[in-house]
Design a binder for this molecule. Structure first.
Ligand code: NDP
Ligand code: 2IT
Length: 447
């Protein structure tokens, strides 16, 4: 990580002091601070605002007891970090994964503030989750866990207060169980309290596809700026969950070929292009390992054995799995293999060292705050439909998503130019996201 100077260093020192043992949160804060030097020089009045922005408005940690299928009591830890509500109700997903801890929830919540600001929609930033591992659990166990989780969470959320959604390990099934318990406890059909709902009970068209589609729309804008498109491009997409699946779908619709994807047990290479229907069957229906995809597909498909997915030659790389999954060696391999663009579908998937390598090589780099904002943006569109008791068509909603991604791309480019850092999408996204929130916080007084 590069050295900070002046007020940014002072504020960062306070962050380190206040948040010891939270490496992911510190990394996310540092990544934003690195780009704010020219903003602070121009606007010293933002110093106090930035200090406040690093301190969540509220952090909730709670016990989640539940009973497994063997009748044994299990205990997990639940989190909701309500980070910033200057622009609207706290908004951000819930992650269920054994690695979840306060540092991870805070890094995600911090990123969400800037991402949500970039969408231009009235949503603040928050994040939550649990160290519960849904893998290998029956539907009934997942339901009992979700019901217990919501039995505490319900008192903190509401359509005008805090609106959770999905993230790793939380998809339509989990949102259903969570919504059912919220409705039961409160006796209110408050559709706008959660997003990512099913289409027959208040969900929005395109929300399942939105993050992956949005990331591809964003990268498509980057390609268009160079007079190119996805047509004929070879692409690597890590992960095989919600974001990865729909990124693959849109890339194939735009004429690209996704030649590799992964899960936590490894990666697969399918030079003819990932068979999406089979991938959905394996990962979404069977909830199985990717190795099953290889067994069923045949066709020369193979499980990767050398290094990581990123060592495979391709034109474009979209990390869509988890934080810090693409490291310095991976970045060097991408550069050596002539990769042109890296777009973050996941949150903070590229390590700081890897970002340096990619930027030094002149590779187009789209940070998650901008590139994966389509998910939360479509969540805000879901809230809009719920508030007006309406539902929109797939075509109209996808058009709205695509307009939002185009506008975020334009904002990043214009802001990077304004601050004399052309083509630096990280600077563009961080500065534009920050200034919007900072102005709102100044207007609202010291709160
Ligand atoms: P899913 O749970 O649907 O899929 C996650 C995928 O990543 C799975 O293939 C999983 O493998 C893999 N993965 C998870 N953890 C690890 C790990 N520690 N090492 C290697 N692989 C891992 O989650 P999403 O697709 O929703 O989320 C993916 C990323 O996108 C996350 O960073 C999330 O924060 C971000 N994101 C999600 C949005 C959304 O709307 N869902 C919006 C914006 C960002 P396995 O199946 O083996 O667990
Ligand atoms: O990281 C993210 O933006 C999400 N997991 C989606 C959040 C949301 O509220 O839809």
């Amino acid at each position: 990580m590069s050295e900070l100077e002046g007020p940014l260093k002072d504020i960062f020192d306070v962050v380190i002091h206040r948040n010891p043992g939270e490496p992911e949160f510190q990394q996310a804060v540092h990544e934003v601070f690195e780009t704010l030097t020219p903003v602070m020089a121009k606007h010293p009045e933002y110093e106090d605002v930035l200090t406040r922005m690093c301190e969540p408005e509220r952090q909730i940690i709670f016990r989640v007891p539940w009973i497994d299928d063997d009748g044994k009591v299990q205990i997990n830890r639940g989190f909701r970090v309500e980070f910033n509500s200057a622009l609207g109700p706290y908004k951000g997903g819930l992650r269920f994964h054994p690695s979840v801890n306060l540092s991870i929830v805070k890094f995600l919540g911090f990123e969400q503030i800037f991402k949500n600001s970039l969408t231009g929609l009235p949503i603040g930033g928050g994040k939550g989750g649990s160290d519960f591992d849904p893998k290998g659990r029956s539907d009934r166990e997942v339901m009992r866990f979700c019901q217990s989780f919501m039995t505490e969470l319900y008192r903190h959320i509401g359509d005008k207060t805090d609106v959770p959604a999905g993230d790793i390990g939380v998809g339509g099934r989990e949102i259903g169980y969570l919504f059912g318990q919220y409705k039961r406890i409160t006796n209110r059909y408050e559709s706008g309290v959660l997003t990512g709902k099913g289409l027959t009970w208040g969900g929005s068209q395109v929300r399942p596809e939105a993050t992956g589609y949005g990331a591809v729309f964003f990268v498509d804008e980057m390609l268009k700026a160079k007079g190119q498109g996805f047509d004929g491009k070879k692409v690597l997409v890590s992960g095989s969950g919600n974001v990865a699946t729909y990124a693959i779908e849109k890339i194939h619709q735009l004429g690209g070929t996704v030649i590799g994807c992964s899960d936590s047990s490894g990666y697969v290479i399918d030079e003819k292009g990932i068979d999406l229907e089979l991938l959905k069957e394996v990962k979404q229906v069977r909830r199985a390992r990717l190795s099953e995809y290889v067994e069923l597909r045949g066709n020369g498909t193979k499980v990767g054995t050398d290094g990581t997915l990123w060592q495979v030659p391709a034109d474009i790389a979209l990390p869509c799995a988890t934080q810090n999954e693409l490291d310095e060696d991976d970045a060097k391999a991408l550069v050596a293999n002539g990769c042109q663009i890296v777009g973050e579908g996941a949150n903070m998937p590229t390590t700081p060292e890897a970002i340096k390598v990619l930027q030094a090589a002149g590779i187009g780099f789209a940070p998650g705050k901008a590139a994966n904002a389509g998910g939360v943006a479509t969540s805000a569109l879901e809230m809009q439909q719920n508030a007006s008791r309406d539902s929109w068509s797939f075509e109209y909603t996808e058009e709205r998503l695509s307009d939002i991604m185009r506008s975020i791309h334009e904002t990043c480019v214009e802001t990077a130019d304004e601050y004399n850092d052309p083509n630096n999408y990280i600077a563009g996204a961080n500065i534009a996201g920050f200034v919007h929130v900072a102005e709102a916080m100044l207007a609202l007084g010291v709160i």
